[in-house]
Design a protein around this ligand. Structure first.
Ligand code: ATP
Length: 353
């Protein structure tokens, strides 16, 4: 089932939400953004706990604004499991089925299927308080899946778990979501988790949608400085557009000439920001030609898999994450380069002189 939010608005005295996006059938869509940008509120609007002032919530082509939460057939999993502590695993998973009046045989069959799906077969009689955090969250997932939801909403489901368990469980969530082809909206603060899981990422800022795209789009082709900074570290070079040949933009700055693969149309003479991710950089033996910056080494740290290098250039500090071990000494002058397909232009940052 697809899910669409069409110009959905909700106003509070100090905050306003205005969001539009679509999760296609079977897609896992992640809401990302700083604390307080409206992710949980958006989930609650989809679930039906909050009624929007305007706009439409559409599930499988049908407007559901007027439907109460139980009619929307939306499954929910929260960070804190919210399991019933006085019930065993079976009763927790069967809870929604009992509410819907399922008979004993069908309920037992369904719970058995779900216990297998979450890789906890035979756990039915256990008390939920005896389970580990990861097991409890699997049970919470099974409980949400039991009545066969059309849409699954997950609000930071793994954030109470330790790092190792988070990784294991996120693969499990993905496996189950794929297996059931379940349209899912996922909220997480964890960048790696979002990138590993998402078919689509919705970057939110102060109640609105800043960018929608897959992980590679938002990381490598951010539309705004906010998205660029939110999803990772980057170097930014102020430059002026000299010309554009098809998808190749030629620019100049105090650092020299640059060439950037960029499909958007920009005006000649425009001042823009070139964006370069640190891991896209290489150390040059000597500076020659285009796409290079030169500066004095301020910091050089070997981190095992890579070397983190900071140099001060005419344009400010520039950082590179170079594979393996690179030997540099503070005070030494070095050049760092990158290829036209490994950088990007923040077109929204442009302005005419
Ligand atoms: P976090 O990542 O910290 O969980 P979030 O992105 O999920 O944050 P929300 O919890 O959706 O953000 O909150 C967004 C904003 O809406 C906040 O500024 C919050 O104060 C405001 N807000 C939410 N509910 C209400 C309410 N009932 N009345 C007034 N303001 C509210």
């Amino acid at each position: 089932m697809s899910l669409t939010l069409r110009s959905v608005k909700k106003s509070y005295p100090d905050f306003e939400i205005d969001v539009s996006f679509t999760a296609e059938k079977g897609e896992l869509l992640t809401l990302r953004g700083p604390s307080g940008c409206g992710k949980t509120t958006t989930l609650h609007i989809i679930a039906g706990f909050i009624y929007p002032d305007m706009g439409e919530i559409v599930i499988d082509g049908q407007r559901v604004n007027e439907q109460p939460p139980y009619m929307r057939r939306v499954g929910l999993v929260f960070q804190d499991y919210a399991l019933f502590p006085n019930m065993n695993v079976f009763s927790n998973i069967a809870f929604g089925l009992r509410m819907q009046g399922w008979n004993k045989t069908d309920t037992e069959k369904r719970v058995k299927y779900l216990l297998n799906l979450i890789h906890l077969p035979g756990y039915g009689k256990r008390n939920v308080t005896e389970l580990s955090g990861g097991e409890q969250q699997r049970v919470a997932l099974a409980r949400a899946l039991a009545p066969g939801p059309r849409i699954l909403l997950l609000d930071e489901p793994l954030s109470a778990l330790d790092a190792r368990l988070r990784k294991d469980l996120r693969s499990e969530v993905k496996r189950i979501q794929r297996e059931l082809k379940l349209t899912t909206v996922y909220v997480t603060h964890d960048q790696e988790e979002a990138f590993a899981l998402s078919d689509k990422i919705v970057v939110m800022r102060e109640g609105h949608v800043e960018q929608i795209g897959n992980a590679s789009d938002v990381y490598n082709k951010p539309e705004t400085r906010f998205t660029a900074d939110f999803v990772g570290m980057s170097n930014k070079i102020n430059a002026r557009l000299i010309r554009q040949n098809g998808e190749t933009a030629e620019l100049e700055s105090s650092e020299g000439r640059f060439s950037v693969n960029f499909p958007g149309k920009l005006k000649t003479g425009l001042k823009v920001t070139i964006l370069v991710r640190p891991e896209k950089c290489v150390l040059l033996k000597e500076k020659k030609g285009i796409n290079a910056v030169t500066g004095m080494v301020r910091n050089c740290e070997y981190l095992g898999e890579s070397t983190y290098l900071e140099i001060s250039t005419k344009n400010g500090m520039f950082t590179a994450k170079l594979p393996g071990k690179v030997s540099c000494t503070a005070g030494e002058t070095v050049s760092i380069g990158f290829s036209p397909e490994d950088c990007w232009i923040l077109a929204n940052d442009s302005f005419e002189l």
